[in-house]
Design a protein around this ligand. Structure first.
Ligand code: 8X3
Length: 248
C-alpha cells in the first residue's frame, strides 16, 4: 500500500483528495493547521486506511521542520500532494494589501518549498515518489486584480516544471493540476468572509467541486509506472479561461 502526504487536508481539495485516496486503499498523512478540523476527518478515514496527522502552518519554516522530520522518521512518503495555499484579497496592484501579498507568497510559494524539500530528499534517496502540485488557472493566465495571487501560482507552475527537470534522474513523477473555479472555502478566504462577494464568484454558473479535482489526482496516482500526467488544466464547462465565464 502506498502512503500519501496531503497538505491543507482539513477542507476543500485536500479533504476531498484524502477521502478519495482512502477509498482507494492509499494510507494517509494528513497535514493542516487546525487539529480541531483535521482530527475528525482523520478518525473517520482511519476506519479504512492507516492515517497519521501533522499539524503546522506551511508558512512557518520552524513549524514545518518540527512537524515533518518525526513524520519522515516513521513513514516513507510515496505521494506528496502540495495542496495548501490560498488567495487573500482581489485588488488592483496600487491598493492591494502587503499583508495579503505576504500571506500568498509565504503560503503558496515558500510554504510549498518548505514542505517539499525534506520529502523530496527522502524520495531521491529511495529513487521513488510522486509529487502532485495543486496550481491554478491563475498560474497559466494573469487576470485583473489577481496580480500577486497569479504571481504565486505562476511560481507554482515554474516550481512544478523545475521539480520535474531536477528529479528526472531519480524516476520521481511530478505533476500539476491547475483548476479554474472550484466551489470550496477558497472565495470565502479570498474575500475575508464576505459571503455576498464569495457567492458572486459562482453566480449563474456551475463551478467545479473539490471532488472533481481529487478524481484527477487519483487518476494520476493510478497510472502505471511509466506514465506521468505532467500538467492538467481543469475548468468548469462554463469557464473558458480565467476571465471568460458563461453565467447564463
Ligand atoms: C483559483 C481559481 O480563477 O480564482 O485558483 O484564480 S481563480
Amino acid at each position: 500500500m502506498k502512503t500519501a502526504l496531503i497538505t491543507g487536508a482539513s477542507s476543500g481539495i485536500g479533504e476531498a483528495t484524502a477521502r478519495l485516496f482512502a477509498d482507494n486503499n492509499i494510507n494517509l498523512i494528513l497535514c493542516g493547521r487546525s487539529k480541531e478540523r483535521l482530527e475528525p476527518i482523520a478518525t473517520e478515514l482511519s476506519r479504512k486506511v492507516s492515517v497519521s496527522t501533522a499539524y503546522f502552518d506551511v508558512r512557518s519554516k520552524k513549524e514545518v521542520e518540527k512537524a515533518i522530520f518525526p513524520v519522515l522518521d516513521k513513514h516513507t512518503v510515496d505521494i506528496l500532494v502540495n495542496n495548501a495555499g490560498n488567495a487573500h484579497g482581489l485588488a488592483p496592484i496600487h491598493t492591494g494589501s502587503i499583508e495579503d501579498w505576504d500571506a500568498m507568497i509565504d503560503g503558496n510559494v515558500k510554504g510549498l518549498l518548505y514542505i517539499s524539500k525534506p520529502i523530496i530528499k527522502q524520495m531521491v534517496d529511495r529513487k521513488f515518489g510522486q509529487i502532485i502540485n495543486i496550481g491554478s488557472i491563475a498560474g497559466k493566465e494573469v487576470y485583473p486584480n489577481g496580480n500577486v495571487y497569479c504571481a504565486s501560482k505562476h511560481a507554482v507552475d515554474a516550481i512544478n516544471n523545475g521539480m520535474r527537470l531536477d528529479l528526472n534522474p531519480y524516476g520521481i513523477k511530478v505533476s500539476q493540476i491547475s483548476p479554474g473555479l472550484v466551489n470550496t472555502g477558497f472565495s470565502s478566504v479570498r474575500f475575508k468572509g464576505d459571503k455576498v462577494k464569495a457567492d458572486a464568484t459562482y453566480n449563474g454558473m456551475k463551478p467545479l467541486q473539490a471532488k472533481d479535482i481529487a478524481e484527477v489526482a487519483l487518476f494520476m496516482v493510478l497510472r502505471p509506472a511509466h506514465v506521468n500526467i505532467s500538467d492538467v488544466i481543469v475548468l468548469p464547462t462554463a469557464q473558458a479561461s480565467a476571465t471568460v465565464i458563461n453565467r447564463g
